[in-house]
Design a protein around this ligand. Structure first.
Ligand code: HEC
Length: 208
């Protein structure tokens, strides 16, 4: 602290007397240009090399090869394969949670149509569709489900999606084999119209 009185302030400034100002000094053009160039270079670097990232590879997958190996309908594990088919075909209505949608699509999770001894009735529902009133867990639904026999053309895939539903969420039921799927398809594949719940209830639970 200077002991000089204020009125001596104008006495003449030397370089040492200058106080730092705020927001007055212009940014040098050089710094400005270098910053822009750096940002541009960083963008190009990310664009071309992406730092090892790919927009097709994320989550738990390490490479594009791994992502390809879990595409729908691939892989040996029928439950995993069924999960892909379920996601593509059934989940728009019955939801990924298997809970369906109130008043529109009945639940598959905990359903008394799914948790039964054999997949005979469920195979027919998926192959030919279902219409008219149906009671699911004590609640009545009355809508239309289209058949998917022409969409799920392989018996392995048909068995896989049934097995997945019968063993997901809280469901616990037997695996559906491709042989069972083939037998039911041979019998009712070209039936040409949807089932009613009354017709299905007259059929045995297990594939004969
Ligand atoms: C376009 C919507 C839609 C799609 C897609 C769909 N369902 Fe359904 N599903 C329904 C409707 C609606 C009903 C009830 C039909 C009725 O009221 O008669 C139903 C009923 C069922 C039932 C019997 C009732 C129950 O809740 O357990 C099963 C089992 C079933 N669906 C399984 C499947 C499977 C497996 C798939 C995929 C392969 C599938 N559904 C795809 C709409 C759909």
């Amino acid at each position: 602290m200077s002991s000089k009185p204020n009125n001596t302030k104008s006495k003449g400034k030397t370089g040492n007397d200058r106080e730092p100002g705020v927001g007055k000094a212009p940014v040098s053009v050089g710094v400005f240009v270098v910053t822009i160039l750096l940002a541009y270079w960083a963008m190009m670097e990310l664009n071309t090399r992406a730092g090892g990232f790919s927009r097709y590879v994320y989550g738990p997958y390490e490479s594009y090869a791994v992502v390809e190996s879990v595409q729908p309908g691939s892989g040996d594990d029928p439950i995993k394969r069924g999960a892909d088919i379920y996601r593509n075909i059934c989940s728009p209505c019955h939801q990924a949670s298997g809970m369906g949608a109130p008043g529109q699509f009945p639940p598959l999770a905990g359903s008394d149509w799914v948790n039964v001894e054999g997949p005979n009735r469920m195979l027919r529902i998926v192959l030919n569709g279902l219409g008219g009133p149906i009671e699911v867990n004590g609640e009545t639904w009355n809508a239309v489900m289209p058949g998917f026999g022409d969409v799920i053309v392989s018996d392995e895939d048909l068995a896989a999606v049934i097995s997945y539903v019968r063993n997901s969420w809280t469901n616990e039921a037997s695996i559906c084999t491709p042989e069972e799927a083939a037998a039911v398809r041979a019998e009712s594949g070209d039936r040409g119209r949807a089932w009613t719940s009354t017709e299905l209830l007259a059929l045995p639970l297990e594939v004969q």
